[in-house]
Design a protein around this ligand. Structure first.
Ligand SMILES: NC(=O)c1ccc[n+]([C@@H]2O[C@H](COP(=O)([O-])OP(=O)(O)OC[C@H]3O[C@@H](n4cnc5c(N)ncnc54)[C@H](O)[C@@H]3O)[C@@H](O)[C@H]2O)c1
Length: 330
């Protein structure tokens, strides 16, 4: 298939481009580089040795995207483009609603116009709000921040479109916590400023760029009292997209699928694993709980196995090793 990746120069998109190319698909990237760099395209070429075409384009711009779709005969679209910082979305909700909703609606309008029936959307476990883990796809959803609501709303748009357009196939992938990087060390998560997430923070403390990691709370009802999350290696996540887009090509309707490992790790477990595999001490201190954090978030990953024949393979050690390699290279 010839697959358009919107936001394909970003963290998850670039890893997915590599896996799609390695699986024999053709990849076209459209990105406005608001949170990535054009150099990433060369890195994808370097890793795969394959041809890849990239457009600097904004998915909110109907005419730009229409031109792209007129130039290329696209079979499927994976829509990664969007903003993703939860904290920023609380401060600047309209920026998030404008970019995330506009880009998704524009892309869905256009795929309808061009009769491209296969669509995969980057949703998030954040739509489970504070539901008790493990979260399965039938659980009630609801969000606690504007970023999450954009995912929730786009999921609903895709479901509504699938009712009105019977040939359409939309897979809504709810990602848990992607970490790690490609083993080449050539692509990974862009880190600017002070990271919000645990692993990029750990790697910056390891490199000496940040002095100390704050562990928010040690009195949660979890085995060691620190928060538990379902971390998934970004390469496993990328492989899940290959399965999802192939599934979309053979099916119709809207399908929600979790991409997680089904296994949670606490903050302290992650720190210890990182220290052990990389032989580096991480300077951390335990501080008060952070408002809005929940004790535990973990996927029920059985549907992905059943429907997509996909499951995460990489270990926590791989995630720690690959994150550190990327930090040293980037
Ligand atoms: N990384 C995570 O932890 C995580 C978890 C759940 C869901 N997601 C979702 O997955 C998707 C990809 O996440 P990521 O971590 O790769 O983020 P990222 O910021 O690295 O990648 C997003 C890409 O989209 C581009 N972009 C943004 N708005 C655009 C627009 N209007 N037109 C064209 N390009 C645009 C950015 O330049 C960037 O390259 C996002 O939708 C994100 O919300 C990410």
């Amino acid at each position: 298939m010839k697959i358009l990746l919107t936001g394909g120069a970003g963290y998850i998109g670039s890893h997915t481009a590599v896996e799609l190319l390695n699986s024999g698909h053709e990849v076209i990237i459209a990105d406005n580089y608001s949170n990535s760099k054009p150099e990433i395209i060369d890195k994808i070429r370097e890793i795969t040795g394959k041809r890849i075409k990239a457009y600097e384009a904004d998915c909110c711009e109907y005419n730009q995207m229409k031109q792209l779709l007129s130039n290329e005969k696209i079979d499927a679209v994976i829509h990664f483009a969007g903003y993703k910082a939860v904290g920023e979305s609380v401060e600047k909700p309209l920026k998030y609603y404008r970019n995330n909703l506009d880009s998704a609606i524009t892309m869905i309008e256009l795929i309808k116009e061009f009769n491209i029936t296969n669509f995969v959307f980057s949703s998030s476990a954040t739509v489970y709000g504070d539901s008790a883990p493990p979260c399965d796809e039938t659980m009630n959803t609801g969000c606690t921040n504007p970023y999450g609501w954009t995912k929730y709303m786009i999921e609903q748009i895709v479901r509504d479109v699938s009712v009105a357009w019977p040939e359409f196939s939309g897979v809504l992938l709810r990602y848990f916590n992607p970490i790690g990087a490609h083993k080449s060390g050539l692509i990974g998560e862009k880190n600017n400023g002070i990271p919000n997430n645990l692993m990029p923070y750990i790697t910056k403390v390891a490199s000496g760029e940040l002095e100390k990691l704050s562990v928010f709370g040690c009195d949660y009802p979890t085995p060691d009292g620190t928060g538990v999350r379902d971390y998934i290696h970004v390469v496993d996540l990328a492989k899940g997209h290959v399965k999802a887009i192939e599934y979309a090509a053979d099916n119709k309707g809207a399908e929600v699928i979790n991409l997680g490992t089904g296994r949670g790790y606490s903050v302290l477990e992650i720190i210890k694993a990182f220290e052990k595999v990389n032989e580096i001490n991480i300077n951390y201190k335990i501080v008060e709980r952070r408002p809005g954090d929940i004790a535990e978030m973990c996927a029920d990953a059985r549907k992905a196995k059943r429907v997509l024949d996909w499951e995460a393979k990489e270990s926590l050690e791989d995630m720690c090793k690959d994150s550190w390699r990327w930090e040293q290279n980037c």
